[in-house]
Design a protein around this ligand. Structure first.
Ligand code: AQP
Length: 349
């Protein structure tokens, strides 16, 4: 059975990009897969070490998972720092991965900015920890937004190098499993993980600039819809969203080169579980003055119940803490098995 893993950082408010790129996909995957959803608190200290309320932020991401419809009994919801295998495997992957691989990561370049010498070592090694998160559970599928594609490719590179470098030991210990690498059938310990990125809004863009991704760290709050925004705020942000003066086109092809229009159509499609084509069939030829209120109503109808449920869950954090504790214990049982095998393969006594 495919094993799904994904994580969300407890840094700042969740926004519509996190919801459509990740959390909404988690919910649809849980019927057919075994899933592990993680609040990656150790990742959150790579860019900024000291947080005002890391515990509260961690609980709030877990609450968002559950309020969105994730079942923490059938699946596993936990926080990364509670399972020590993440840090242990990340260290091993730091020794598998090459510095050049890390230096090429666009997220590192963006987040480190010009003063790279002053970025934390953790920020550089971020993809190594992400590979550990995924491969600790030997996950085969990872639902993420399009911005994480490069990190998923690196995860495969790390798995492949580990499998190659230790191929004899893996075979000797009888720990290899058959898998396809391209057209070739090979045996290895870690799987070649597939990203699940597709969908009508794999990269939700800023409401103020259709060429930049919607992001927590963008200073203008008008650029994003937060999961905590009330109905009036959502309506205002969509009304003020940047658009060009032309009406919506009649064909998908004509959306190309109109990033803001394309973004709003993608958001509408993702929120309504429809294709972009469907949305264009309904709204093609109409002005944004008509489309934007419909989009605002749709966004409110999807997000409001989640926000309300999150607030209810956050009123008594002991319930969330119990879910995280139970999830950590179940995650740890899987992780420990992987780590025992990894220690054996490497040769740690
Ligand atoms: N704009 C986006 N569109 C689609 N998916 C997105 N994700 C993030 N932004 C978008 C996806 O959300 C999941 C959790 O991401 P994260 O916890 O790593 O958060 P992040 O990427 O740090 O979020 P931000 O808002 O982009 O933060 P900053 O501003 O710090 O860069 C991932 O699956 C991610 O792909």
């Amino acid at each position: 059975k495919p094993q799904v893993f994904s994580g969300v950082q407890p840094t700042g408010n969740l926004h519509l990009g996190n919801y459509l790129g990740a959390i909404r996909k988690f919910v649809t995957l849980q019927d057919e897969h075994d899933c592990i959803f993680c609040v990656v608190d150790m990742h959150s200290i790579t860019a900024q070490l000291v947080h005002d309320d890391l515990k509260g932020q961690t609980r709030s991401i877990a609450a968002a998972f559950i309020a969105s419809g994730i079942d923490p009994v059938k699946h596993i919801v936990f926080n990364q720092s509670a399972v020590s295998g993440h840090a242990e495997l990340a260290w091993i992957f730091n020794c598998v991965a090459r510095i050049g691989w890390m230096n090429r990561m666009t997220q590192f370049k963006d987040k480190a900015g010009k003063d790279r010498e002053n970025a934390s070592l953790g920020l550089l090694a971020y993809p190594s920890l992400m590979a550990a998160d995924i491969l600790l559970y030997r996950a085969t599928h990872v639902p993420v937004g399009d911005d994480q594609k490069q990190h998923l490719e690196l995860t495969r590179d790390i798995a492949q190098k580990f499998n190659n470098d230790f191929s004899k030991r893996i075979e000797a210990a009888g720990l290899g499993v058959e898998m396809m690498v391209g057209e070739e059938k090979v045996s290895g310990f870690f799987p070649m993980t597939e990203p699940l990125i597709e969908g009508p809004a794999p990269r939700v863009m800023s409401l103020r600039d259709g060429t930049r991704k919607m992001s927590k760290s963008e200073p203008s709050d008008l650029s994003r819809i937060n999961l905590t925004d009330d109905a009036d705020t959502i309506a205002k942000k969509i009304r003020k969203a940047k658009t060009d003066p032309a009406p919506l086109p009649d064909t998908l092809d004509e959306l190309k080169g109109r990033p803001e229009a394309e973004n709003l159509v993608g958001i509408y499609a993702a929120l309504s579980d429809r294709s972009r084509q469907d949305v264009i069939d309904e709204y093609g030829g109409q002005q944004f003055a008509a489309f934007k209120p419909a989009l605002a109503d749709l966004a409110v109808s999807v997000l409001e119940p989640i926000t309300t449920e999150m607030q209810r869950l956050m009123a008594d954090p002991s319930h969330i803490d119990a879910i995280l504790k139970d999830g950590s214990q179940r995650a740890n049982a899987i992780a420990e098995k992987t780590m025992a095998d990894v220690r054996e393969i490497i040769g740690f006594v």
